[in-house]
Design a protein around this ligand. Sequence first.
Ligand SMILES: Nc1ncnc2c1ncn2[C@@H]1O[C@H](COP(=O)(O)OP(=O)(O)O)[C@@H](O)[C@H]1O
Ligand SMILES: [Mg+2]
Length: 264
Amino acid sequence: MVYNPQLETFIRVADAGSFNKAAEQSYITPTAVIKQINLLEADLDVKLFERTHRGLTLTKAGMSLYNDAKYIISYCRDSVTRYSMTETVETIGKRNSVTIEEHYLKQREALNTALPIGVRQVETMRTMLTQSLAVLMPFNVQELNDKGGCYYGINQVSKNINIGNRKKLINGNGFVFGVPGSGKSFFCKMEMGNVFLGSKDEIIVIDPMNEYFDIAHTFDGAVVNMSTYTDNYVNPLDMDVWSLDLNDSKGMIREKGEFMLGTV
Ligand SMILES: Nc1ncnc2c1ncn2[C@@H]1O[C@H](COP(=O)(O)OP(=O)(O)O)[C@@H](O)[C@H]1O
Ligand SMILES: [Mg+2]
């Protein structure tokens, strides 16, 4: 015990108003209680109780000690719990890369300083790097929510969904990069599904690995197999002869002619 145990007995006696009752509560004999109080009085060299035939009353000195003794006892008890709580909080802080500084007996000032009300009541200063500063900015997140767009995953900061529409960009082309197995094909198929279900756009897949056969089948798409061993060919001279313009205003015949001359 870090404080004089006589203080505890003193509080008990003062609360109970009698040595006997206090003894009962403390599981010791009344004689022992009286002895402790006498020792305390002798130690302090003041009288703490008026002993009358009607019972015990606190003297002025006793009254003063009574209040402070309660503080002393509760402070002593708290100091141990406070220490272990401080350790716990510091450990949690370290785990989240937060340095925690103690502000013993300055708790209120430290809390006021931490509040966003612009007061500085403790001297603690800390460097705020861009990353930690950005966390405190309420409007730091760029949300993506285009009309008629596709689902492009979850925003890692706000945890909202990203809905993007390529057609709203100056250039809507895109590449998908990633290590094997990171989900490139999965991403493309997801986007195709979005386009198929959400718009009337055409989806054309050039698929040398025959990887998109199943999704084409699922969405009732046409599959054209083209290779040396199939009956499907691309005719580079193919033209819609029925709607051909004899003046060749669009330059189609000229283009094909140039192509043929190029092969000679
Ligand atoms: N967003 C995702 N959600 C759940 N599973 C996924 C996701 N992306 C990829 N996968 C899983 O990972 C596997 C590999 O993805 P895949 O698209 O084939 O990779 P890549 O084409 O990049 O090599 C897929 O079969 C799928 O099961
Ligand atoms: Mg793949």
